[in-house]
Design a protein around this ligand. Structure first.
Ligand SMILES: [Zn+2]
Length: 171
């Protein structure tokens, strides 16, 4: 079985993640702060934050939004030669969409011990047919802090799953 991801990152990864951290803050105060961008030929062609609560959309994760926006812009569903950067390890729903879209590379920040699909909880990218390269833990500290502060600061007011909150309290 091949490794599902690597931790080695570059200065470009850090610059992209800083942008995603800024986007994640747009989700506040009602939504879990997660931000994502999608790059094609070095350019950001889509950006989003998690607006599941605001839009009452069960698939409103930042990754799904950037995949949809990028597909519209490029006029195709195959997003080969693209890089998706996101502040939190993708969940199984987003990981499946990323694989379906043939995204070449994923760079994520914080690990998600409860729902992470890049090896923390599930291993969706381990399949030999999965070509997506994964880099995890980029600016992990700031990405995790944003989530931790959110769950500690708004406890009890939101309809998010209680186990999700607990996992971040323990982090
Ligand atoms: Zn997701």
């Amino acid at each position: 079985m091949k490794e599902s991801h690597t931790r080695s990152s570059s200065s470009a990864h850090h610059r992209w993640m800083e942008i995603c951290l800024g986007l994640a803050e747009n989700a506040l105060p009602e939504d879990v702060p997660v931000g994502a961008i999608l790059l094609y030929e070095g350019e950001i062609i889509a950006q989003a934050c998690n607006w599941r609560e605001r839009d009452q959309n069960p698939v409103g994760h930042a990754e799904i939004s950037v995949l949809q926006e990028a597909s519209k812009k490029l006029g195709r569903w195959r997003l080969t030669n693209t890089t998706l950067v996101v502040t939190l390890e993708p969940c199984p729903m987003c990981a499946s969409a990323i694989l379906q879209a043939r995204v070449a590379q994923v760079v994520f920040g914080a690990y998600d011990p409860l729902m992470g699909a890049c090896g923390s909880k599930y291993h969706l990218f381990n399949d030999a047919r999965a070509k997506t390269r994964i880099t995890g833990g980029v600016l992990e500290g700031p990405c995790a802090k944003l989530l931790r502060d959110f769950f500690r600061g708004t406890g009890g007011q939101l309809s998010f799953d209680k186990r999700e909150k607990l996992s971040w309290d323990l982090f």
